[in-house]
Design a protein around this ligand. Structure first.
Ligand code: BGC
Length: 335
């Protein structure tokens, strides 16, 4: 089958031939992949910043934002069912959180992630998964199901922010206007919050207009911005720390994508303000299911402009250099 493979020995990234996965065992299904999005994590792996091939192999099939269709049914999933795979698989030690179905909060760090750590991903024709690792998606969401995985990450961060804030939060500041930033802004707007999004693009850039059309305030400066919750989705710890100046008392900052950096922690302001900084990664089944419901509630005209679809063959190029102005690049695998 065709697969986007990263060779950790020769450091080559290419679409090339890979053996099809072994036939599904009881409790598993085989999927035909329809499409798969790419994100900053995939770019980090392609730059060898993190990620690992399956033990004993030199190639990793990339891709974790996938949509597939069941072609060998299982016990509950029927042939033709649209599904989105969850990314993380439980740690080998079977820690308390993994056992409880919360592998997104794994205690050991010994987990595997499809397309990221030690397991092949989904930028390929076929995959085999346990039914419990798949989330069924209604056909009505077919054109936007590729957003379920990133939206699940947003749902987890949002739930965490609300749980951590001990007061009555009203104002949200989102840092970054990439797919996660836009989905986070929409999620907060839907929950009745006043939302400001900070990013670098011009005020009339398409992604800025997508946000303001739906009720967010778009800004390129933190001047005068105040927030009870800040969601970082811009990749910069320095920007996140600068935004701490906008955090009101009892405020919560959630880090989602900030790269490692030496930054100045405003410790005194944090103490005086009872502020909380937290990190969030991955998502549980409940968050995936919430993401499905959330995306179904959005107008298709919101979602379509986020996506730029390209063939699988273009994946090595889009990973190296994302097309200008594409908010989310999605690779079509089959129809
Ligand atoms: C994925 C998560 C994953 C994380 C770290 C993100 O891009 O959405 O599911 O846990 O990368 O590997």
């Amino acid at each position: 089958m065709r697969a986007l493979q990263l060779d950790f020995d020769s450091r080559r990234l290419a679409v090339s031939d890979h053996a099809e996965p072994a036939a599904p065992k009881p409790g598993q299904v085989r999927l035909r992949l329809l499409e798969c999005g790419v994100c900053g994590t995939d770019r980090g792996i392609a730059d060898f910043e993190f990620g690992a091939p399956p033990p004993g192999e030199r190639n990793l099939i990339l891709g974790h934002e996938a949509v597939g269709i069941v072609d060998t049914p299982g016990d509950t999933l029927v042939k033709g069912q649209l599904v989105v795979p969850m990314v993380r698989r439980a740690c080998a030690t079977g820690c308390a959180m993994c056992r409880r179905g919360r592998r997104d909060n794994c205690l050991t760090g010994d987990y595997a992630e499809r397309g990221i750590f030690s397991l092949h991903g989904y930028l390929c024709d076929f995959a085999v998964d346990a039914e419990e690792d798949l989330v069924a998606v209604p056909a009505a969401l077919a054109g936007a199901a590729v957003l379920v995985e990133p939206a699940s990450v947003v749902e987890k961060a949002w739930e965490l922010a609300l749980r951590l804030h001990p007061g009555e939060p009203r104002r949200v500041l989102v840092l970054g206007a990439g797919p996660i930033g836009i989905l986070a802004a929409w999620c907060a707007l839907r929950n009745g919050f006043a939302v400001t999004v900070l990013s670098q693009e011009a005020e009339d850039a398409p992604r800025a207009r997508l946000l303001t059309r739906n009720g967010a305030v778009y800004t390129r400066s933190l001047d005068g911005v105040e927030a009870d919750i800040i969601l970082e989705a811009c990749g910069s710890a320095a920007v996140a720390m600068a935004a701490m100046g906008s955090l009101r008392r009892l405020g919560v900052l959630i880090l989602l994508g900030a790269r490692p950096a030496e930054v100045r922690l405003p410790s005194l302001d944090m103490i005086i303000g009872n502020s909380i900084i937290a990190g969030s990664v991955n998502a549980s089944r409940g968050h995936f299911e919430m993401a499905v419901r959330r995306l179904l509630s959005y107008d298709r005209q919101w979602l379509e402009p986020l996506l730029v679809r390209l063939p699988l063959a273009a994946a090595p190029d889009t990973l190296r250099q994302p097309p200008l102005n594409a908010i989310k690049v999605v690779h079509r695998i089959s129809d």
